[in-house]
Design a protein around this ligand. Structure first.
Ligand SMILES: [Zn+2]
Length: 242
């Protein structure tokens, strides 16, 4: 294949822009800000899960608390009315009075047990409510971090996209300077060789694979016409003689 040296040198420039574009695209897809955002999203989900569990427990404890309050109320009312009946004078039989006193004592014992349980529930409720408050403030902090990380990510993207636009414009301007045939070969080699299709020969080293070219091969390359498209004997990339 033949291509004027100016075209071959334009191809090297094109390669330089393509390499920068590849690097920018890679950076765009591997932003540390995106990693941070993913972590924060996971942390938020964890906090929400914990909060939902606490909500469930709290609803149960509140239900139990109100049931116990009702029961305490009922038992204490029953005890009061029995006491009133005993002192009303309407009950005269000593046997019946003793039975009432025993009933009142049993009701008060029951009330004591219920009140202990109620106290326990109130303590559980307090602990759960404190947990929830802590989770809410933790969630707030994470959400604030997430907002900040989103802002940082967006700023990084804007910067990368601006650089990409500039590189693409510079690349587009170069394209007409490289013949179609040479470009097709370049694209083909570039696809096979990790994004580098053309490399300069600097001294005796191919800048594509960094392998030194033998003195014999180097002499042969130098002897060939300047408009002949050369390939590196090692990596097969288009070799542009400086
Ligand atoms: Zn090479």
């Amino acid at each position: 294949m033949r291509a004027p040296p100016a075209e071959q040198h334009a191809l090297l420039e094109l390669q330089a822009h393509d390499s920068v574009i590849d690097r920018l695209n890679h950076r765009r897809g591997a932003l540390p800000e995106d990693v941070r955002l993913a972590e924060l999203t996971k942390a938020l989900a964890t906090v929400d899960q914990l909060a939902a569990e606490r909500d469930g427990s709290l609803a149960t404890v509140r239900r139990e608390q109100s049931r116990l309050e009702d029961e305490v109320d009922m038992v204490s009312r029953k005890a009061r009315s029995e006491e009133q009946r005993a002192v009303s004078g309407k009950v005269t039989s000593p046997k019946e009075l003793t039975a009432i006193q025993e009933e009142v004592a049993a009701l008060k014992r029951r009330q004591g047990v219920l009140e202990d349980e109620l106290l326990e529930r109130m303590e559980q409720r307090e602990t759960l409510e404190a947990d929830q408050a802590e989770l809410a403030s933790r969630r707030e902090r994470i959400a604030a971090d997430e907002a900040e990380a989103t802002k940082a990510r967006d700023a990084a993207l804007v910067e990368i996209d601006r650089d990409l636009d500039a590189e693409r414009a510079a690349r587009d301007a170069l394209v007409p300077k490289v013949g179609e045939e040479l470009r097709a070969l370049y694209d083909q080699v570039r696809a096979k060789q990790g994004g580098v299709g053309a490399a300069a020969l600097v001294g005796n080293t191919c800048q594509g694979c960094r392998v030194s070219i033998s003195a014999l091969e180097l002499a042969a390359i130098r002897k060939r016409p300047a408009d002949e498209v050369k390939r590196c004997e090692n990596c097969r990339r288009i070799l542009v003689v400086e």
